[in-house]
Design a protein around this ligand. Structure first.
Ligand code: SF4
Ligand code: SF4
Length: 370
């Protein structure tokens, strides 16, 4: 679910334009990697049992607030498998006057309607006032009636017709919409295009749900889906399509990435167990890869790679996150070593041969992938 996730490159968190640099305005916690589903496109190590410590996360939330960050979201794994985390963090964030973005969820984690109702009620009482970002596509399975139950119950508990937003992942925005259509049918809703929002809406008498498309990056378990080298170069967005974010994973590691490479060690810019927000932002700006992505863009990284070795990339890709994950795992980007992403069992030797690796002073705490 990770690309916020499953999460993705939706830009609903505009970053004030000054000089280009890493300037996070958004905080997201993945309290757990674990999930009740095993989607074939998942880029999250859902088999890892780590969970974020609530007290440590609360301390970091306070620090983020003091730093000036005001928007909060949750991702996973499946965030609702760790509801006490959602409730505790939401309660504190509501007190601090954070604006809630969304909780990315598969919407089918509940045992029965009572369980669903009680969990959402606890969240509402804690002061959560954001959206529930429901992933609806073939990768998440066909459980349309459970998804409809989730939507109606959320509407009833939160008393907001826009409490649920939908997202689907596919290679092309024109593909993979069928399960959204099926859900609309189940809810007695119609699908309309909004010129204002530049996206589709699913509208019923009870619900108004925006539909967001996530450009699926075939990485990790989905590497075999292929077709990412589509011959077109991505349009530069300085990784601000997803927004400027501090994403905290269940190990406490902080990444600037809510996309598909968020579990690569190469993107670690700190750890909430040991570092302050100010330390992490400072380190991100100096980071040989992260600093450059936010300052000069992914195109600068692409140009450097191709100038060094015109044959280093198989073709062009329009998918930012796929490019990012590819060059990081293959060690093509200057200043960071390759590796990681072994679920797809990539091999090959094309190291970052022309520049020195830079010690950026982060602890490598994650266990190697099996
Ligand atoms: S819902 Fe699917 S994509 Fe999301 S974390 Fe679970 S297995 Fe991964
Ligand atoms: S471009 Fe890279 S750092 Fe940015 S969201 Fe995508 S995978 Fe993450």
């Amino acid at each position: 679910m990770k690309p916020v996730a499953s999460s993705a490159r939706e830009c609903d968190r505009p970053v004030p334009r000054r000089t280009r640099t890493f300037r996070p305005n958004y905080l997201s916690f993945a309290g757990t990697y674990q999930c009740n589903l095993t989607c074939p496109h998942c880029c999250v190590p859902i088999e890892w049992p780590d969970r974020l410590d609530i007290r440590v996360a609360l301390r970091f939330l306070n620090d983020a607030h003091a730093y000036g960050i005001r928007i909060l979201g949750f991702t996973g794994g499946e965030p609702f498998l760790y509801p006490e985390f959602l409730v505790a963090l939401s309660r504190r964030a509501a007190r601090l006057d954070f604006r809630f973005d969304k909780i990315v969820t598969n919407g089918v984690w509940f045992k029965n309607e009572r369980h669903l109702r009680d969990t959402l009620l606890d969240l509402k009482k804690a002061g959560y006032s954001g959206k529930l970002g429901l992933s609806v596509d073939k990768f998440h399975g066909v459980r349309t009636s459970d998804l409809a139950t989730f939507c109606s119950t959320a509407r009833e508990i939160f008393q907001r017709d826009n409490v649920v937003s939908l997202s689907y992942a596919s290679r092309d925005s024109e593909m993979g919409f069928d399960l959204i259509e099926r859900l609309a049918q189940e809810l007695g809703a119609v699908i309309e295009w909004s010129n204002l929002l530049r996206r589709f809406l699913v509208v019923s008498p009870e619900l108004t749900m925006t539909v967001n498309w996530n450009h699926l990056a075939p990485v990790e378990r989905a590497e075999g889906l292929g077709a990412a080298w589509d011959g077109v170069w991505f349009q530069e967005d300085y990784c601000e399509g997803p927004g400027q974010a501090l994403i905290v994973n269940p190990k406490g590691e902080v990444k600037p990435c809510c996309g598909f490479a968020s579990d690569l060690d190469q993107l670690t810019i700190g750890n909430i167990n040991t570092d302050s927000v100010a330390d992490i932002v400072r380190r991100a700006r100096k980071h040989p890869y992260v600093g450059k992505v936010f300052r000069k863009g992914l195109t600068a990284i692409r140009n450097e790679i191709l100038a060094r070795d015109p044959g280093a990339l198989p073709a062009a890709t329009s998918n930012h996150c796929f490019f990012c994950w590819h060059v990081l795992t293959r060690g093509l980007a200057e200043g960071v070593s390759g590796g990681g992403g072994q679920i797809g069992a990539w091999t090959g030797h094309r190291p970052n041969f022309e520049s020195e690796l830079v010690q950026i002073g982060t602890h490598k705490t994650s266990a190697p992938r099996r």
